[in-house]
Each structure stands twice: as C-alpha cells, then as structure tokens.
Design a protein around this ligand. Structure first.
Ligand SMILES: [Zn+2]
Length: 293
C-alpha cells in the first residue's frame, strides 16, 4: 500500500510522444503490444513494450528510481498505458496485479512497481545504468591485462614509482594511449639488456617512454628485447610496442608501468600513481578483456 498515494495528479505517460523513447531494447513482444495502441506506435514498436496500469481507484506513482522513497515524477491511473523498456528490482510491493519486487523502467527513464502493471515480457535492465568507461572511446587502454601486484610507492618500497603487472614472457605490451616515442633504451648495470635480469642488477632493462597529450608520459620497463618502436615514432593507442620480459632489476617476467604528469622529462618528482591515473582515464588497470573489446 505504500506505493499508493491519496492525491491524484494526473500526467499520463502516454501523453508523451513515443519518439522520446531513447532506451533501445529490442524485443519481439514489443511489436504486438505497441500495435495494440495504434497511432504512431509503429516507429517505436521494435524497441519498447506497453504495459497497462491496474491500481484500483487510486493513482500509481511513477518514480525517478525503483524505490518507494524516490521522488514521484508523475502518476498514472487504472487503464493508462505506459511505455516500458526493461525491469529491475526494488522494494517488495503487494499490488492489484501481483506481489513482487520487480519494478519496470518507463520509456522516459522513470520507474513503476510491476505490482500494478499488466504487460508482456520485459528484459532485465542492463546493469550499466551507471555509465561505464569505455577505454576505446576514452583514448586510453591498459598496456597489458592483469592486476598490479606491486603498487606505486608502498611503505615497503617507497621508491617504486610505478606498478608491476605480472604477465608471461613475450606477452604483447600496447601503447596505453596515442603519442610519440621519446625514449627507447637499455638501462642496466649489467652488460646487456638481452638477458634476464635479477634483483641484484640495477635499471629498467629494455624500456621505452611515450609522450602523450596534456604533458603525460608513460614508461614501460623490463621488456624481453629491444622495443618494436623507435624514438620519434608516432604510435597509436593499443599499438603493440614490445613484449614482456625480465631485463634489468627484475625477479621475473612482468611489466613495470609508470605514468608521469608534468612538463619536461619523466622524473621521480612527476610520477603519479598509475592505478588512479588509469582509472580516471577510463582504462582501469586489472579490468580485463570485457572492457577492451
Ligand atoms: Zn616495478
């Protein structure tokens, strides 16, 4: 009963033009249901379905979120038809049609309790009602899959200016964003970077740096062999630039990845935490192929 107010306000969802339906959910049942209301339903028939309100003699609240505490956007009455796009869950409601915790999203993004709606089958609302970052659109991608096992400047290793992501030897490393290669170098206290390093060897081994827009530089260390790119070369986001190895100061194959923000060269002073940076850039480290497709 909590969903049934005393006041009658009266804006009807069906008074809104169907062309305002933006949530495109393709369902077969929608065609038949929409056809029943006639008129200009045809254009939206493939993307919506139509429910009918049964709430006795009292109005049904249409709320801005699937919750009885959410603001009431408008109200519907028995017999009103309402454009529906998908269903989610919310508070349990004992209604005139059924008892359920299902709430239906309307065509303009509000919600009604499904306890008062007769309707054909509806798909579940996508989990991504919160906008999800799309790395391929943000201009950034993760350089290798996998979560960092050694973080940026932990208490136990305060001079560790990047993160370490374990990957098998020869795993491709990609440019995290478009830019210009500014450094390709062998950096080791040993005689060559073309051998496995060790904790007793100093240096990044085979490494490279890319200068990106907005004074951002990314650094990639411990490559298995000389990077595939040269200084001065332009690279695209996601372009393979080399392969994981363990050259230099390294105890096993992994990518040491740094991000620097500021004018000039990459230095200890302008190193930032890659985890936070990549999160904001829309390509969070450790988030795997699902967001890289
Ligand atoms: Zn490292």
């Amino acid at each position: 009963m909590v969903n049934r107010p005393r006041a009658v306000l009266g804006e009807e969802v069906m008074a809104r033009p169907l062309t305002r339906v933006l949530c495109a959910v393709v369902i077969a049942a929608g065609a038949a249901a929409a056809a029943a209301v006639g008129g200009n339903a045809t254009a939206a028939a493939a993307t919506t379905t139509i429910g009918t309100v049964f709430s006795g003699g009292v109005p049904l609240n249409v709320r801005v979120a699937p919750s009885t505490s959410a603001r009431v956007a408008t109200q519907l009455r028995t017999g009103n038809r309402v454009i529906l796009t998908c269903q989610t869950t919310g508070p349990w409601i004992n209604g005139d049609v059924r008892s359920t915790n299902v709430w239906d999203r309307t065509g303009n993004g509000n919600y009604v309790s499904n306890a008062y709606i007769r309707r054909p089958w509806l798909p579940s609302c996508p989990a991504a009602t919160v906008p999800q970052p799309n790395p391929s659109n943000s201009g950034w991608v993760i350089p290798v899959p996998g979560s960092p096992v050694q973080l940026f400047r932990p208490v136990s290793n305060p001079t560790h200016d990047g993160v370490d992501i374990m990957q098998p030897r020869n795993t491709p490393i990609v440019a995290a964003s478009a830019g210009r290669v500014v450094t390709v170098e062998c950096n080791t206290s040993g005689s060559t970077c073309d051998v496995d390093g060790s904790p007793s060897v100093r240096g990044c081994g085979w490494y490279m740096e890319i200068q990106h827009a907005n004074q951002v530089i990314t650094r990639y260390c411990h490559l298995v062999r000389k990077p595939l790119v040269s200084e001065g070369q332009q690279v695209a986001m996601g372009q393979t630039i080399g392969y994981v190895g363990t050259s230099g100061n390294s105890s096993g194959p992994h990518l040491h990845f740094e991000v620097h923000v500021g004018p000039g060269y990459a230095t200890r002073a302008n190193a930032v935490d890659p985890v936070g940076f990549m999160q904001k850039a829309g390509a969070p480290l450790g988030v795997l192929a699902a967001t890289r497709r």
